[in-house]
Design a protein around this ligand. Structure first.
Ligand code: ADP
Length: 405
C-alpha cells in the first residue's frame, strides 16, 4: 500500500466561520475552511482531490493566509502561492489560482467581516462558493452547451467570432445566449448594435437583451460609461463575473457562447474555473500570431484545464480587394493550419480581412444597417461555425482531444 504524505493543514476544520469549495475545469476540487477573529484569519485548512501540485498549492495558500488580516488575505495572488509552494511549474499555475480563488470565496463567506478596500465584500454580499451556489447551479443546469471563445492577445477578432457564432447558431434554430466577460474591452454591445440598451431586472435577476434571436449580456451593458477605462481590483473582478453567471436569467439555452478576456493569464483562467462543464473553446488567432507562441500558449492553456479545443480560427488571414474580390495573403498562408495539425487540434478555417466585415462591426453586426451581402469574411466564418455546430450536435473531437479530455 502506498501512503501519501499530507500537510498538517490538510483536512476540514470543525465549526468554520467561512468555507468554500470550487471544482476547476481541470476537474480538481479544492476546499478551504477558515476560522477568524474580528480582524484576521486565525486558522486556515484545505483539502484537494488533485495532484501533488494541487496539494502543494492548497497547503502554501493556507499557510500564507493564516494569521493575516482580511485585506492582506484578499491580496494573496497565484504568484505568491506558487513561490511559497517552492516554485510550481507554469503548467500547474491553475492549481495556485484554484487555491487563491477558493480561499477568496471562503473569505467572502465570513458572516461578520468588516468590509475593506480590496475585499470581495465590496462587490457583493457573502455568498456560497460557485460550486455550491444553488442559484448558479440551477442557471448552468438549464444551459446545454457552453462554448468559450479565447485568443492569445486582444484585437484579433475574438468578439467578432463570438458574436458571429452566436448569431449563426441562432439562425440554425438554437436557443442561444452570448455572455461577454471581456472586462477590459467589452465590445459585444457595439458589434451587435445594442450599446446603451438598458438592462432590466426581475427580482434579483438581470434580464438579457435580445437581438437577432440571441440573448446578450455584457459587462459593457452594465457600465454607465462603456468607453471609459475599466479598472477592477483583483477580487472584485471575479465577483462581478460570478454575479453575471449567477444573476442573468437566461432561461433554457441550447448554447451559451462566452467571450473571454484576451490572453492566457490569471483572468481567463479564473473565469474558466467559475464555469464548470464547458464543452470547449474556440481559439481565435491571426496569421501574425501563428508565427509567435500565442496560439500554442492558448492551446496549452486549454489542455492544462482539460478544456477541449473545438478548433482554431485564423482571422484576418489575407486581404480581400473591395473592387475585384481577389484575396492577397499579406502574411503568407497555411501557417494556422500547419500549427493546428502539429498541435493535434481541428483547424476551422481562415477568415480574410474583409472591409465589409469591419464596416458591419462598426455598424453593429445584427443591426438593419449592416450589409447582408455574402461577403468573403462572413462566408468563411459560416463555414468555420458549421464545424462547431457539428461537434456540439454530437460529432466527435479529434483523436488528440479525446485522449487529452
Ligand atoms: P477582439 O475581441 O479580439 O479584441 P474584435 O472582434 O473586437 O477583436 O475585432 C477588432 C476589430 O477588428 C473590430 O473593429 C472588428 O470589426 C474588426 N474585425 C475583426 N475581424 C475582421 C475581419 N476578418 N475583417 C475585417 N475586420 C475585422
Amino acid at each position: 500500500m502506498t501512503l501519501r504524505a499530507v500537510p498538517a493543514n490538510f483536512g476540514p476544520l470543525r465549526g468554520p466561520h467561512g468555507h468554500a469549495r470550487i471544482t476547476g475545469p481541470c476537474g480538481d476540487t479544492m476546499e478551504f475552511w477558515i476560522l477568524a477573529d474580528a480582524a484576521r484569519l486565525v486558522r486556515v485548512a484545505f483539502t484537494t482531490d488533485g495532484c501533488a501540485h494541487s496539494m502543494a498549492a492548497g497547503s502554501a495558500c493556507a499557510r500564507l493566509a493564516e494569521g493575516r488580516a482580511f485585506d492582506e488575505v484578499a491580496r494573496i495572488e497565484a504568484d505568491d502561492v506558487s513561490a511559497a509552494a517552492g516554485g510550481l511549474p507554469e503548467t500547474s499555475r491553475h492549481c495556485a489560482l484554484l487555491a487563491v480563488n477558493t480561499l477568496r470565496e471562503a473569505l467572502a463567506a465570513l458572516p461578520h467581516r468588516e468590509a475593506t478596500a480590496d475585499s470581495p465584500r465590496d462587490a457583493k454580499p457573502a455568498s456560497p462558493a460557485p460550486g455550491e451556489n444553488p442559484v448558479l447551479k440551477d442557471r448552468l443546469a438549464h444551459i446545454r452547451h457552453k462554448v468559450l471563445v479565447l485568443s492569445g492577445k486582444g484585437g484579433v477578432g475574438k468578439s467578432t467570432v463570438a458574436v458571429g457564432l452566436a448569431m449563426s447558431l441562432a439562425r440554425s434554430g438554437k436557443r442561444v445566449g452570448l455572455l461577454d466577460v471581456d472586462l477590459h474591452g467589452p465590445s459585444v454591445p457595439k458589434l451587435l448594435g445594442v450599446e446603451g440598451t438598458p438592462v432590466e431586472g426581475r427580482g434579483d435577476a438581470l434580464l438579457p437583451v435580445t437581438t437577432a434571436g440571441v440573448k446578450v449580456m455584457s459587462i459593457g451593458l452594465l457600465l454607465s460609461n462603456p468607453e471609459g477605462p475599466v479598472i477592477w481590483r483583483g477580487p472584485m473582478k471575479m465577483h462581478v463575473i460570478e454575479q453575471l453567471l449567477r444573476d442573468v436569467e437566461w432561461g433554457d439555452l441550447d448554447v451559451l457562447v462566452i467571450d473571454l478576456p484576451p490572453g492566457t493569464g490569471d483572468e481567463p483562467l479564473s473565469i474558466c474555473q467559475l464555469i464548470p462543464g464547458a464543452d470547449g473553446a474556440i481559439v481565435v488567432t491571426t496569421p501574425q500570431d501563428v508565427a509567435t507562441a500565442n496560439v500554442r500558449r492558448s492551446v496549452r492553456f486549454c489542455r492544462e484545464l482539460k478544456l477541449p479545443v473545438l478548433g482554431v480560427i485564423e482571422n484576418m488571414s489575407g486581404f480581400v480587394c473591395p473592387s475585384c474580390g481577389t484575396t492577397t495573403f499579406v502574411f503568407g498562408s497555411g501557417g494556422g493550419e500547419r500549427m493546428a495539425v502539429e498541435m493535434g487540434v481541428r483547424f476551422l478555417g481562415r477568415v480574410p480581412l474583409d472591409a465589409q466585415l469591419a464596416q458591419a462591426g462598426d455598424r453593429g453586426l445584427a443591426s438593419e444597417r449592416c450589409p447582408q451581402s455574402a461577403a468573403a469574411g462572413r462566408e468563411a466564418l459560416e463555414r468555420a461555425f458549421a464545424a462547431v455546430l457539428a461537434s456540439l450536435d454530437g460529432e466527435t473531437h479529434t483523436e488528440e482531444e479525446r485522449r487529452t479530455r
